[in-house]
Design a protein around this ligand. Structure first.
Ligand SMILES: [Zn+2]
Length: 288
């Protein structure tokens, strides 16, 4: 039986292991089984906004280790479980139950089995560092481009015009970094953004990196505020910065403190695309 309120997730608090009960198994195609647990430390990739990749790790049962080959969000309604790309709604949508589906090869597990979830902690740490770096880089970018706006724009978590939110096309967290793709086109110009602000990308990177260095040096705490314990509950990343607390809705994992990091640095690349340009921000995080 799929748990009524969905899977309890413990990774937002930093857990990398959990003792869990198998609540449902389903054929996931291609010789794989989707395993739904009552609770898990395993971070799945989100379908609607797939920024942070799934954790790596195993389900340990009776001394045997079963590799988790992927972990996706599953959504159930009227007893039917849809997986990953087949989920038609955003995680948290009313009327659906959301679960973490651990995909394994074959069908070695059954409902009622007890398993220990063991996440690859080193890989998780690198993704957490990359995700914290990604949020801070986006805020520093917004601040560095604040003068490029000719009209009032919706503001970000620190009150700067939200270039990141308005222009982002894709955000991917990687080990110790991230890659964000922005679209600079007619729609952004109509909202008041002056693209000449992107003519000197080295100068822009210099200003962003200066701000990031100041934030990292201050070593503020990072928290995840949870509206509840299940996958569908709203969670918010909170980071103490000099003179402000930044808050961004986020379903991923993060470092506990900026003192866990030595540096966050960005570089930019721009290329012409139809109707404008594509800007790529590559963020690199150095752990302490
Ligand atoms: Zn996030």
């Amino acid at each position: 039986m799929i748990p009524d309120s969905g899977t309890v997730v413990t990774y937002p608090g930093g857990a990398v292991t959990s003792r869990s009960t198998v609540r449902h198994v389903a054929d996931a195609g291609a010789g794989r089984t989707a395993v739904v647990l009552d609770a898990t430390a395993f971070h799945p990739i989100d379908t609607a906004w797939p920024d942070q990749p799934a954790d790596r790790g195993v389900l340990s049962v009776g001394g045997a280790e079963i590799e988790v080959v992927d972990a996706v969000v599953g959504a159930a309604r009227d007893g039917e479980l849809l997986l990953g790309p087949d989920v038609p709604v955003r995680t948290g949508t009313e009327g659906w139950v959301f679960v973490v589906a651990h995909l394994i090869a074959g069908e070695p597990l059954a409902e009622g089995d007890t398993v220990e979830v063991r996440v690859d902690a080193a890989f998780r740490d690198e993704l957490s560092a990359g995700h914290t770096g990604c949020h801070l880089a986006s805020l520093a970018l917004d601040a560095a481009l604040a003068d490029a706006w000719r009209k009032d724009a919706p503001v970000d978590a620190l009150g700067a015009p939200g270039f990141d939110a308005l222009a982002i096309q894709e955000s991917r967290i990687v080990s110790l970094g991230s890659r964000d793709v922005y679209r600079i086109g007619k729609s952004l110009r109509r909202k008041g953004f002056d693209p000449t602000a992107l003519e000197d990308l080295e100068g822009l990177a210099g200003r962003v990196n200066e701000m990031l260095a100041e934030w990292v040096t201050a070593g503020g705490a990072v928290r995840i505020e949870c509206g509840g314990a299940t996958l569908s509950d709203r969670r918010t990343w909170e980071c103490d910065l000099p003179g402000a607390v930044a808050r961004i809705p986020c379903g991923g994992t993060h470092v506990r403190s900026l003192s866990d990091l030595t540096a966050i640095e960005v570089s930019f690349q721009s290329s012409a695309v139809e109707g404008g340009a594509e800007l790529v921000m590559t963020t690199t995080v150095t752990p302490a």
